[in-house]
Write a protein that binds this ligand. Structure first.
Ligand code: SME
Length: 161
């Protein structure tokens, strides 16, 4: 659904290039929102077959919408419900291959069928999550999932908060 930069077809090459671009784009001296807006745009142009990618910031007992690409989404995710909160509560990435069978899944885009949520830490505490949705069931079963998780770690280290 997103405009694509002509990235290499070969996924190893594509993601090596993407990781280098992400590293070059984000800078701890920039505002958090600046780094995250560019990261969301990069993911949207790089990763095939996704319909939403963005951030939710952890603010007390709420997850609030941050920079994203895709349809307008829920502004606030109430505590301990849905896939994003599961990643916060479990303190680790959550992959749902079929969102229709995930109890409590919050459907911001009715087209979504699979979802990957990766928590992002600052000094050992979760500060936000990276959320990626696809209209394709079981979209993130392959090695791209590991790449996305690695990129989230890069964002952790380079967060300015
Ligand atoms: N599906 C998420 C809500 C956020 S949207 O997908 C953008 C959830 O269940 O937490």
């Amino acid at each position: 659904m997103f405009e694509k930069t002509p990235y290499p077809e070969n996924l190893d090459e594509r993601y090596a290039l993407g990781e280098a671009q992400l590293s070059a784009l984000i800078d701890p001296s920039y505002e958090e929102v600046t780094n995250d807006a560019n990261s969301a745009a990069l993911f949207a142009s790089l990763i095939d077959n996704i319909n939403w990618v963005g951030f939710y910031y952890l603010r007390d007992d709420r997850l609030v919408l941050g920079p994203f690409q895709g349809l307008p989404a829920c502004s606030v995710l109430p505590a301990h419900k849905g896939v994003c909160w599961k990643a916060v509560d479990d303190q680790k990435p959550v992959y749902v291959d079929d969102v229709l069978s995930f109890p409590g899944h919050i459907a911001c885009d009715a087209a979504s069928r699979s979802e990957l949520v990766v928590p992002i830490f600052d000094h050992g505490k979760i500060i936000k999550v990276l959320d990626i949705d696809s209209a394709v069931p079981d979209r993130f079963s392959g090695p791209e999932r590991d790449w996305i998780i690695r990129c989230a770690q890069l964002l952790s280290r380079k967060s300015s908060v």
